[in-house]
Design a protein around this ligand. Sequence first.
Ligand SMILES: Nc1ncnc2c1ncn2[C@@H]1O[C@H](COP(=O)(O)OP(=O)(O)OP(=O)(O)O)[C@@H](O)[C@H]1O
Length: 243
Amino acid sequence: MSLLRLDDVSKSYGGVSAIRNFSLHVEEGEIVGLMGANGAGKTTAFSLIAGTQPVTNGEIWFAGARIDQMSAYQINRLGIARTFQIVRPFVGLTVLENLVVAAMHGHQAEPARAAAEARSFAILQELGLARQADHLAGTLTLAGRKRLEIARAIATGPRLLLLDEVLAGLTATEVAAALDMIRHVHQRYHLTLIVIEHVMRALMKLCSRIVVLHHGEKLAEGAPNDIVVDQRVISAYFGKRAS
Ligand SMILES: Nc1ncnc2c1ncn2[C@@H]1O[C@H](COP(=O)(O)OP(=O)(O)OP(=O)(O)O)[C@@H](O)[C@H]1O
């Protein structure tokens, strides 16, 4: 049984059709890349899975439960966490406090503050943020804030983690370090990942499978080496983007 399944999912915002008849299966432990040009519907797909937007049509199943009628809070408790393209930590809290808030919620909610703090600090160590634990989140660099965003999502104890452009705006060195960190947490926390990314080379290195959205529909799906030579993908995606 797939960990996540989208069956014929569609989403309209008023008159705007953002996703049309999108079906997707994700197996436990996979790293799946989701790519497509601006406005293709990638972030909307995450919002539907995480429950921050309701589906217009179709069904979403996670770990055997139908989740498309659930609230974002219920879905997070079941074990799905996401990051946001625009990172939004609590800037007035320390890095550690940001994680403690997350660790007290979610799939593996830890109500006792001391235990939440211990788990949070361990996650900061795994992600290379322990030295900044007492710094205010607002003082971190962009790369640090992106790392904190991932750490906060992990602190909720997810089985499925949705990463929305966590490499955007990073330097080549920072991208390489972030890729190592993502591979590490994938193993360390036994995660299943869906990764939205414009940096094709990064997706190639990270994912076993890539799904391409185009104008809200699935255009192609397959192994990274097949996707980069797929003529439909080349003309629909690379043809329109210089990067
Ligand atoms: N809250 C919203 N209200 C109305 N329209 C929306 C909303 N969110 C997204 N859209 C529209 O839905 C379509 C898909 O947008 P979405 O943000 O999902 O694409 P994307 O592939 O994530 O793009 P990007 O790479 O630019 O983030 C676009 O036409 C967008 O303008």
